[in-house]
Design a protein around this ligand. Structure first.
Ligand code: HEM
Length: 455
């Protein structure tokens, strides 16, 4: 643990599993508040979202709506068709790159896919698709970036002029707000009847809650916008970043690709926690690991450092998914040596949502394609520079060359068609005599994909 003083603001950095457990479990309620930061407060209208609001009745209500209506297991399962369709589109884009001998920008594909999945479940349809949607996509990305901007005035009020919520920032926030207003108006014009309730999207549901006002929770228009904005800012960048780093590590460590996907994803989350800091604020005077912590102290729990604690992890800078094969350690907030989704009552409510999108996308990609680096780049030379921001993405887009492994919907990959036909004829002739032995020996190139698909 480390106590810093940012001008007059005391800031506690918790970088051990023991300190994280104290803050997010033993004293969870005492640290459930969030620091009031000026940029999120402005762009979330108060703030009236979930992630940046103080620990109060409003937070309880808004979080519970998100859990009940969008993020619980049953709701997440009900979006399976959307996930299937969007991951099929991802595969199609990769296949197109093969057909046109192009390098694939996986970063771009992952960002589009996660955005499109969220647009469809939250807003009812895609808004950032194709050429027309480019502006919308850029707007969403700029909005998420804006949240990563640290306003120095939050810590040193006399320096507020250095990094004031400037014209450009205000423009991005206003444009995103106007975009959501038009989406909400569109929903208000299209009434949903009882039979269609099953297919209601998140905006429909929030409008319904607003109308019914059942629990006494007053949902104003700003709240609807802020909660939707939260789903995008908390859900898209994090999910695509995890996919990006997982592919990055599989490319750098091709041997590990045969290991089961859950272990691979856990190890990727250990080395590249998409959210490196969990901000909290002490509600009252207390002690952590014997040290005094005053009410109002800002606290940053650091999953990044905890995942590199030498008392917990061996070979901590190495990508070794096998460490999770016979281990019960999970990332759901119960093992404090691995908390990429945070822990306690402010822990991430989107774990299931993120998990199924990630697992499906990875499994399908690796089942159908093989990936390598362009221009003869060796795996060990792949850069691992990190970008600055609220989520830690790769600094540069992940560019790869794809080649086909299995038959894709809509036709055979041309280079493989003849080989598969030949293999089929060969099996037809030889199988009746030596079938058992041959099948045991036959190991397709796609063993990496089959390991993923078999889980
Ligand atoms: C790989 C993907 C994801 C990662 C790594 C991630 C990580 C995190 C982390 C570290 C926190 C802070 C937890 C804490 O302070 O203890 C958080 C909070 C949150 N996440 Fe996620 N998240 C992911 C996906 C999602 C998705 C898909 C959604 C929703 C669609 C989502 C919605 C939220 C919300 C609303 C909060 C604020 C919770 C609160 O303050 O009560 N996240 N997430």
């Amino acid at each position: 643990m480390m106590m810093l003083l940012f001008s007059s603001v005391p800031v506690l950095i918790a970088s051990s599993a023991e300190a994280a457990s104290q803050i997010t479990k033993t004293q969870d309620v005492g640290f459930a508040d969030k620091p009031m930061l000026s940029i999120p407060s402005k762009i979330f209208f108060g703030p009236k979202d979930v992630a940046f609001t103080p620990y109060d009745e409003y937070w309880r209500n808004s979080r519970s709506i998100c859990m009940l209506q969008l993020l619980n297991n049953k709701r997440v399962q009900s979006f399976s068709k959307i996930r299937e369709e969007e991951t099929s589109l991802l595969l199609k884009k990769i296949k197109d790159s093969i057909d046109s001998s192009q390098v694939v920008d996986l970063t771009e594909l992952f960002v589009s896919m996660t955005n499109d999945v969220l647009c469809r479940v939250a807003l009812g349809r895609k808004y950032c698709d194709g050429e027309e949607g480019k502006k919308c996509k850029t707007l969403l990305l700029e909005f998420v970036e804006l949240l990563g901007v640290l306003n120095i005035g939050d810590f040193m009020p006399w320096l507020a002029w250095v990094n004031r919520f400037n014209g450009l920032n205000a423009k991005v926030a206003a444009e995103f707000s106007a975009f959501l207003e038009s989406v909400i108006e569109e929903h208000m014009e299209t009434k949903i009847d009882d039979e269609e309730e099953e297919s209601a999207d998140f905006v429909d549901i929030l409008l319904q809650v607003q109308k019914e006002n059942k629990s006494g929770f007053k949902v104003e228009m700003d709240s609807i916008k802020a909660i939707i904005m939260d789903m995008f800012s908390a859900g898209t960048d994090t999910t695509s970043t995890l996919l990006e780093w997982t592919m990055n590590e599989l490319l750098r460590n091709p041997k590990t690709a045969k290991i089961k996907r859950r272990a691979v994803i856990k190890e990727s989350l250990r080395l590249h926690s998409p959210v490196p800091l969990l901000p909290r604020e002490a509600i009252k005077d207390t002690k952590v690991l014997g040290y005094d912590v005053a009410a109002g102290t800002q606290v940053f729990v650091c999953p990044w450092a905890i995942s590199r604690d030498p008392t917990i992890w061996e070979n901590l800078e190495e990508f070794q998914p096998e460490r999770f094969l016979d281990s019960s350690v999970d990332y759901k907030g119960l093992h404090f040596g691995l908390i990429p989704f945070g822990a306690g009552r402010r822990g991430c409510p989107g774990i299931t949502f993120a998990k199924v999108v990630n697992e499906l996308a990875l499994a399908r990609m690796l089942f159908h394609f093989e990936f390598s680096l362009p221009n003869g780049t060796k795996p060990e030379d792949l850069d691992v520079d990190e970008a600055l921001g609220i989520t830690v993405r790769r600094k540069f887009p992940l560019l790869v060359v794809a080649s086909p492994l299995y038959i894709l919907q809509g036709g055979l990959p041309p280079t493989y068609a003849r080989q598969i036909m030949f293999l089929f004829l060969w099996l037809l002739i030889v199988l009746p005599n030596y079938g058992g032995t041959i099948l045991k020996r036959f190991s397709p190139r796609g063993s990496l994909g089959s390991a993923f698909m078999s889980e």
